[in-house]
Design a protein around this ligand. Sequence first.
Ligand SMILES: *Cc1c(COP(=O)(O)O)cnc(C)c1O
Length: 383
Amino acid sequence: MFDIIGTESQHNSGVYGKREIALVRGAGALVFDRDGREYIDCVGGQGSANVGHVHPAIVRAVSAQAGTLIACTEMFYNDRRAELVSRLAALTGMRRMFLSNSGAEAVETALKFARVATGRSGIVAALRSFHGRTFGALTATGNKKYHAGFEPLVPGFSHVPYNNLEKLAGAVTEQTAAVILEPVQGEGGVYPGTAEYLRGAQELCRQRGALLILDEIQTGYGRTGKLFAYQHHDLQPDILCLAKSMAGGLPMGATLLGERVGEIPIGSHGSTFGGNPVACAAALATLDVMEEQRLPERAAVLGGRLQAQLQAIESPLVREVRGLGLIAGVELKQKVAPCLAALAERGILALPAGMTVIRLLPPLVITEEQLERVVAALGEVLH
Ligand SMILES: *Cc1c(COP(=O)(O)O)cnc(C)c1O
């Protein structure tokens, strides 16, 4: 039989620390290897599979659009794209947006637009944050581990502790174009931002003429119990970055612009694949699924239950349980790699967030029974 793992390993760039599992099929919250072994997928495509794997509505929309028009750059208008942007505008109150193909691009776009629209160069980001791997997004990322070997980075960036308004106030000046924050820090270890902090950051930006960029690439599309996490705190970000689950698992990113963002000069940015009709069709179907299956509400209910069940696990290994909706972090007093391997043996795939946090990002369609199996397996592994 064709050696999937051996062949991929031979041709890898080497950047990914891969697990010895080859996935060939998915359905809802489940993924399967070639031998038909089933896993409950709490990696969830690193947060890109909120509607579940191979959702029939996504399959239908993608198939139909693929048979109609695949390539159509933004030099021209397109029916699917027009529908999508008007739908996103209605959901967020943000009129203008730039479509791209990934989270890093959505952040890169936000940083460029903040500079060009304000005429300022400073970007203030949080320590422990994650914003992507391209140079601007990487520089915004507040973790030296990701910077190593890639210096010099982009000038004009500074980092302050998360959930600390005083330190943020000390960093935002007349030179600050934007403050960029995640409403819940994901990769950094699952740290929810407090309402006081996020509202204070917004207020500070308004006072000092800076823009507030919210990176909802991981927290968006129902994950935290609202369609977007900023809705928990009645925030009005100036720039909103979306990607991951935006197009039902297909590559897509978006950078939405509020009223406080000035004019973006024509020709100052662009993307060949951005706004392509197949991704737009998938993104429209994703919004339909979110609404019809009430996935944000589902994430709120199941997430509340999950957090309580995780809190109830009695183990000397657990330091703290954190989360919001269906993003959960279990911080251990030791490295998580052996626990993740033990979970995989029990048919549960989960993510790390740093060295000591187990992170769960299940599809929001996960069943109650599947979620109970996840908690039971975690309980066993942590004993
Ligand atoms: C995943 C992620 C990104 C980067 O997205 P890519 O599509 O991998 O480039 C940026 N910000 C946050 C908060 C993320 O979780």
